[in-house]
Write a protein that binds this ligand. Sequence first.
Ligand code: RAT
Ligand code: ZN
Length: 435
Amino acid sequence: GVYLGAGEVGEVARAEVERVEVIDLHTHLLPPSHAPLMLWGIDDMLTYHYLVAEYFMTAAPPAPDPDAFHALPKRQQAELVWKGLFLDRSPLSEAARGVLTTLQLLGLEAEARARDLEAIRAFFAAADPDDYTERVFHQAGVRYCVMTNVPFDAAEVEHWRPLARPYSGRFRSALRVDPLLKGDVAGVLAAVRGEGFEGTLEGVRECLRGWAKTMQPEYLMASTPHDFRVREEDIAAANTGGGDGSGKGAIKGTDLLFRVLLPLAEELNLPLALKLGAHRGVNPKLRGGGDGVVTGQSQALRLLLTHFPRVKFLGTFLARSEQHEAVVLANKFGNFHLYGCWWYCNNPSMIAEITTMRLEMLGTAFTAQHSDARVLDQLLYKWTHSRAVIGDVLAAQYEKMIAAGWRVTREEVRRDVWRLFGGAYEEFIAKDLLV
Ligand code: RAT
Ligand code: ZN
């Protein structure tokens, strides 16, 4: 290829970010074969927990209280959110703007502008879930997404054993195991026994091996509890054995992490993806929308990276203030891959700041974004909004590089962009660790 002129590199970078087919490393999407668990359409968009929380913080009496709201049919919940956030005030927040962008991309801008919820509903009522899924992935430019598959969730389990029908390659699995990180021994043993395994550490391992076989996950994953700590004495104690539930001493919460999850990650050659910094249920009445943020978890991750060099870790932090520590860790540990701007950081201002810092310190050795979409249609806005911000950030970085005398071709820009949107992840998964 030919070198781009100094004046065109920014535009080319933006254009390449627009067109790259991304890997969406973390979503809560499920394929149509998992219906009714697959969320899509306007009522699911309006009842997204980000919007429901915003609705409660703004709705005036006689708005229902959260319990009464959640007891209503979804249709009615959606109507309340629509009125509260789109009719009684303007949809200024990122999540509310997301609904507008989505409708615009679906050709429903006029209906939205007319505030015509019924006309918007009619569009989705006429859509076929399989065709619509393919359309959204294609239009959003998503090669494939990684789901969040929870073997401890009875409603989801039904759809796996037996698998209703093979699902499209647009969906890949991640096996989510939060109770193991929480150290919920009683809960985990009850679940494992319920599936016919022994209530021992080996029983838990067997159960998870079975789920890994069923789901064929890309990685194991968990979010950390707000009080998550890694202590070297716990790692040492786990290494010297002790209780395994077969009578020789009780199983401790930390055993689930150090004697089950991490050894299993190594045995199955699966990375462990950690999402650090959520504080679940700070306002439990808001349910999924009731979680907060905590800081101070990067040291726990550092200890895991140090003590488990044969395990690959993917990681992302919820707190803005912990992004810098996260970048430094990603610059020190070859078994760590940093990905995405998660949840409360998935806002344009944060994405710009965080991506700039990562580019400056990591080059292309990270994954710029994941959508965390819970509703299929959200792929459209989350990727549109993220591409716009990341394109600008990347353009500015290339311009500084050009000012230092370097020249690049369009193909080189394309290669770099691919790394930031999925290529670096696939390289990380494929590489051999130097231990
Ligand atoms: O962003 C979200 O939708 C949160 O509710 C969480 O699901 C979070 O992303 C998580 O995976 O724990
Ligand atoms: Zn999530």
